[in-house]
Design a protein around this ligand. Structure first.
Ligand code: AMP
Length: 307
């Protein structure tokens, strides 16, 4: 398998202007895994409760996702409920019930250990470090975090950032982590904490990748990928994780890592994010074809291409 992803597997109840949907299959590892599965082999590391049925499992299995790293314990699966108002970039959290996620102790199955790529989804930075050290041979490690960890577990997060190659976070989170409101200055401060590259997601406006000087042996000029202007954003949940899945999935599918590959990965990340938001939950991500993905990649190119 080429990518291992650790993160939440969840049931989400979501309200948007298109209505409310209850207990949709969601979570970071789910969105990331589905998006990445169109490019490469994925194994997921997570925990679920007794309410997680064979039908839910099959959503992942149908995409060839290895779930031998998904622990099943007594109790309920992690539950999140959120609402989106006029600003689709911002979810208002109504409820977070950690349930079995509260005692999550990730343990890498033997068949995951040789994977070349690792994605550390948004979980406690101590657990992220723990998983990272179980996969010391990884070629490229991507990671995410959020304000909760930036504010409450800062020292632990700083340790984790030393072992992440590409940090993929929202621009607001990057500014908060850096304590700096100017975008490129915030990027430089975050890169000084360890990562070789920083992908700042701008929600419906795209994403920018910044490089540490000399990292990956490529120039350090930033590169921005647009987001597709979509008229019907039915459910923004999982856009960020789907971006990360498309981004890392594409990188893993390529033999080498250079500036062109990273630029294309930014576009494939945007493509997967754009599909994710077109339906509630993971519906759209479950029913894609590689042809549809590549057709949208071309639309993205045309959006910004200049002769
Ligand atoms: P995003 O890509 O940022 O929209 O991520 C959406 C997913 O994050 C949802 O499917 C939620 O289940 C999951 N989620 C929400 N809060 C948390 C949390 N505190 N820890 C882990 N996962 C979360």
């Amino acid at each position: 398998m080429s990518i291992v992803a650790v993160g939440s597997i969840a049931f989400d109840t979501v309200t948007t202007r298109y209505g409310t949907k209850e207990r949709l299959l969601g979570g970071t590892a789910t969105y990331f895994g589905l998006a990445a599965s169109y490019f490469t082999d994925v194994g997921v590391l997570g925990v679920v409760g007794e309410d997680f049925t064979a039908e839910h499992e099959n959503v992942l299995r149908r995409h060839g996702i290895d779930i031998s790293g998904v622990q099943r314990t007594s109790g309920k699966t992690f539950f999140w409920s959120g609402e989106y108002g006029a600003n689709v970039n911002e979810a208002k959290t109504r409820a977070t019930e950690l349930n079995v996620f509260a005692n999550f102790d990730p343990e890498l199955p033997r068949n995951y250990r040789d994977s070349e790529f690792l994605f550390l989804g948004n979980i406690d930075p101590t657990l992220q470090s723990n998983v990272r050290h179980q996969m010391n041979g990884a070629r490229l490690v991507g990671g995410d975090t959020m304000n909760y960890w930036i504010n409450n577990t800062h020292p632990q997060l700083l340790e984790t950032l030393k072992v992440i190659d590409v940090l993929i976070i929202n621009d607001a989170e990057a500014k908060s982590l850096a304590g700096e409101t100017n975008l490129p200055r915030a990027a430089q401060k975050v890169l000084a904490m360890g990562p070789k590259a920083l992908v700042m997601k701008h929600g419906e406006y795209g994403a920018t990748i910044f490089f540490r000087e000399g990292a990956f042996g490529i120039g350090h000029h930033p590169f921005r990928a647009p987001a597709l202007p979509i008229e019907e954003v039915v459910d923004p949940t999982g856009a960020g994780d789907s971006f990360a899945g498309g981004f890392m999935g594409y990188i893993a599918s390529q033999g080498e890592l250079n500036r062109e590959v990273l630029k294309r990965a930014m576009f494939y990340g945007s493509v997967m994010g754009s599909f994710a938001v077109e339906r509630f939950g993971t519906e759209r991500l479950q029913n894609l074809t590689r042809e549809e993905i590549d057709a949208r990649f071309q639309i993205f190119r045309e959006l910004t291409h200049l002769e």
